[in-house]
Design a protein around this ligand. Structure first.
Ligand SMILES: C[S@@+](CC[C@H](N)C(=O)[O-])C[C@H]1O[C@@H](n2cnc3c(N)ncnc32)[C@H](O)[C@@H]1O
Ligand code: SF4
Length: 389
């Protein structure tokens, strides 16, 4: 059986590291959204918000990196990081990450690449999840609605990425392929996975989601349960991969400070997950709980800690609600690239309990005593608590 190298920034090792930091009261990831601009127009694009601008304040991002606590930056949603309207921000983020010893993981169609980006991938600063739905250029031009010359460029860039990944001798890979599995490319999937594994590229297979441009064709393009099962059996038999996405969870779902393209930090209202895309279907009121500490005009020395404290407090207050949701087995909450929803909520409860029981970071602001779990069940947003690390 061929072995598969885990994509480092979604690996079990990084998940554990991020969780352990959370238990100690620190957040070590930033999940940042750039603008919606893109140089392609994929027929299945789940976020076709091409006019959305990026208003992220990079001074604030740098202030958080300066603490040395931020180790990983995720660029997961909205648009294409290498599009003309995003590339300036994206490169500044990569350069800052390089300077402050952090690593970046980003999804990209890799139509436009240059030497600086390839060098940063080589160095392990930029970890890339690039688009790989087919080896057929006609298919790609039609699916991504790009010209033949852009497709040639993309193909060349895929070859360079494969060479970089193949050369990497460490136990993890910094290159993954995002494979959107549908009826259009079902016949190619087995070859794509083989190509990935032969070249040390992590094959991140995702099922077509019913969102954005794909809603009209979803019913005819989505794979049947039988087709999904067949792929799963193949992956298990050939490569020992247990589930389609072959990853347990994205560390940013719980372990990140989420910054929107409008430069607001928020958590999902109710479930209190960090990733905006995880759990939205659970909300019937406002979709986001804003962390107003991030909106201050001046960046103070304890800026990072104020933002982290507000995030952890909101999550602690939501704990009874999350436990209720987890108990309602038939409640649908989207999983997406974040992993198994039930696993994530179970983790969230476990982490919060550890914060209270082991690290003892939550104290009553009234008399400074350590909070016990049963007290937490009775806390509401008016109760004053503080975090002592
Ligand atoms: C929103 S995109 C943004 C990054 C970049 N522009 C790209 O396409 O790689 C993030 C990932 O979601 C995938 N994606 C987009 N639409 C999808 C859909 N309807 N179903 C499943 N995956 C989708 C993309 O292929 C990509 O890997
Ligand atoms: S899926 Fe990515 S590459 Fe395709 S149109 Fe959407 S943002 Fe652009």
């Amino acid at each position: 059986m061929s072995t598969i190298k885990e994509y480092e920034l979604l690996s079990r090792k990084i998940n554990e590291e991020v969780e352990n930091e959370l238990i100690r009261g620190y957040i070590s990831c930033i999940d940042v959204q750039l603008g919606g601009g893109c140089n392609a127009r994929c027929v299945y694009c789940d976020t076709p918000l091409y006019r959305e601008t990026c208003e992220v304040n990079l001074r604030k991002l740098e202030a958080m990196l300066k603490t040395g606590k931020i180790k990983y930056i995720f660029v997961c949603g909205l648009g294409e990081p290498t599009a003309p309207t995003n590339i300036g921000y994206f490169k500044d983020i990569l350069r800052m990450a390089d300077f402050y010893n952090a690593k970046v993981s980003a999804f990209s169609n890799c139509i436009h690449m240059d030497n600086e980006l390839f060098d940063l991938i080589n160095k392990g600063v930029y970890n890339v999840i690039f688009k790989l739905d087919s080896f057929d250029s006609t298919y790609r031009q039609k699916t991504y609605r790009i010209s033949a010359s852009l497709d040639t460029q993309m193909q060349k860039n895929i070859a360079t990425l494969s060479a970089i990944a193949k050369n990497n001798k460490s136990s993890f890979t910094q290159v993954a392929a995002s494979i959107v599995a549908s009826n259009d490319n079902i016949d190619y999937i087995y070859n794509i996975v083989k190509f990935c594994i032969d070249n040390n590229i992590f094959p991140k297979i995702g099922l077509l989601e019913n969102a954005g441009n794909s809603t009209e064709t979803f019913n005819s393009k989505a794979l049947s349960q039988l087709q999904i099962q067949q792929i799963q059996t193949f992956l298990k038999k050939e490569y020992g991969i247990d589930d389609l996405q072959a990853l347990k969870m994205c560390p940013a779902v719980l372990g990140s400070i989420f910054i929107s393209n409008k430069d607001r930090v928020s958590l999902v209202n109710g479930l209190a997950t960090s990733c905006k895309w995880f759990g939205l279907e659970d909300n019937n009121k406002e979709k986001q709980h804003f962390i107003t500490e991030y909106d201050a005009n001046e960046i103070s020395n304890d800026f990072y800690y104020k933002v982290v404290d507000a995030i952890l407090k909101y999550r602690l207050l939501q704990l009874p609600y999350v436990e209720t949701v987890l108990g309602q087995t038939n409640k649908t909450i989207i999983g997406g690239c974040g992993g198994d929803p039930r696993q994530i909520l179970t983790n969230m409860i476990r982490i919060s309990r550890c914060q209270v029981k082991e690290s003892k970071i939550f104290r009553s602001a009234i008399d400074g005593h350590l909070l016990e779990m049963d007290e937490i069940q009775n806390i509401n947003s008016e109760n004053e608590i503080y975090i002592q690390r």
